[in-house]
Design a protein around this ligand. Structure first.
Ligand SMILES: O=C(O)CCC(=O)C(=O)O
Ligand SMILES: [Fe+2]
Length: 359
């Protein structure tokens, strides 16, 4: 069955055409060069290592016309406690490859190291993939990137008159406000420095929100450079995700296996669960696929992307997850494990590899 055209197209018509345009070349939507980002102002912020260009119009225009709705996905719920929706080729063919190239080339990545206690032994963990993260939990929000329309772009209290004495000009910079008081957040709320979601990923976030009927405030990106990169079994069941979490997970680039195992039920081990404990379920995730993981049941399952040999194991894969963290602990956790304190890496077209980035 061909993908159903979304009834939400009108939702996306407005944002892309209003995307921030450089005052120096104020081209109208109809005259903008379709395949270039030249006339679109990149997203920048003091926490970014470098500015991130907006998605080229050639990508956003294709996406506007092909947003699958929830019933286009295949339910994967034939096992105890399993509730997934797999959208095969959610992103149109060809466009998914352009988004992969765009993100690999334009984001800053990290190879995070951290210490973890096993009993009373402390081990140094080297995260076996490149990571990066943007967003802030529900207790706070960023004003929109100046000039764009992805959120309130004036101080929500004084509406840009300056009468609030907040001492920040939200017309020129993005700052974090408290969701309740609508004032800039107290300085001690975060020990990390949250980063606003850049416009390109914000576009994908809005699209995902429309087709999954959920909202998200975080965007985590993994880059698996080759088959040696992986993520071990875990279940993304942190309490900071709230009672009914939803995670939308995109795959771009080379395909990889997504393995799932039911957690052992310590109280009453049932037969099926014993079988599942030994033999994981496998989904192959192709470029452009989206996997929606919903609800509290998710906590009963573990998932992983194992290392891979042979075939296309030399090629890279990007995974993007949109999530919603409810409290500051979620923000601290995501920045600790996806940015950390080491150096920055950037894709080098010449070397066809991630290389250390220096300003
Ligand atoms: O790369 C993937 O598909 C899975 C990533 C994942 O499970 C995670 O980031 O929590
Ligand atoms: Fe995960």
């Amino acid at each position: 069955m061909p993908p159903k055209k979304s009834t939400l197209e009108h939702f996306f018509k407005a944002p892309p055409s209003k995307r921030t345009r450089n005052a120096a070349s104020p081209s109208s939507p109809s005259t903008t060069t379709k395949s270039s980002t030249d006339s679109l102002v990149p997203s920048s912020h003091p926490t970014y290592q470098f500015a991130i260009p907006q998605l080229p119009n050639s990508i956003t225009e294709s996406l506007e016309h092909a947003i699958p709705s929830l019933d286009n996905g295949k339910r994967v719920d034939d096992q105890p406690h399993l509730d997934l929706v797999h959208f095969h080729r959610y992103l149109p063919r060809g466009i998914e490859a352009s988004i992969f190239d765009f993100l690999r080339e334009n984001l800053f990545f990290y190879r995070v190291q951290y210490a973890k206690k096993f009993g009373n032994k402390e081990m140094q963990i080297n995260t076996p993939r490149y990571t990066t993260v943007f967003g802030v939990d529900e207790s706070s929000f960023f004003n929109a990137q100046p000039g764009s329309d992805s959120g309130p772009n004036v101080c929500v209290e004084c509406m840009g008159t300056g009468a609030c004495n907040h001492g920040v000009d939200t017309r020129t910079t993005q700052v974090i406000f408290d969701s309740k008081s609508k004032c800039p957040v107290p300085k001690d709320r975060y020990s990390c420095r949250p980063r606003p979601i850049p416009d390109g990923l914000m576009f994908l976030k809005k699209m995902t929100e429309a087709s999954t009927a959920q909202t998200y405030n975080f965007c985590l990106v993994n880059y698996y450079a080759d088959g040696n990169d992986s993520i071990s079994y875990h279940s993304d069941d942190e309490r900071f995700l709230g009672a009914n979490p939803a995670i939308a997970s995109f795959s771009l680039g080379t395909n990889r296996d997504f393995l799932m195992k039911h957690k052992p039920d310590k109280k009453k081990p049932a037969k099926t669960e014993n079988v599942l404990k030994d033999k994981p379920l496998k989904l192959t995730l192709d470029s452009g696929d989206m996997l929606l993981m919903r609800g509290a049941k998710k906590a009963k399952w573990l998932h992983s992307i194992p290392k891979r040999k042979g075939g296309e194991s030399g090629n890279g894969r990007i995974n993007i997850t949109f999530r919603k963290a409810m409290v500051p602990g979620g923000t601290e956790n995501y920045y600790k494990y996806n940015v950390g304190e080491g150096g920055t890496f950037k894709w080098s077209r010449k070397d066809k590899n991630m290389i250390p980035w220096t300003s």
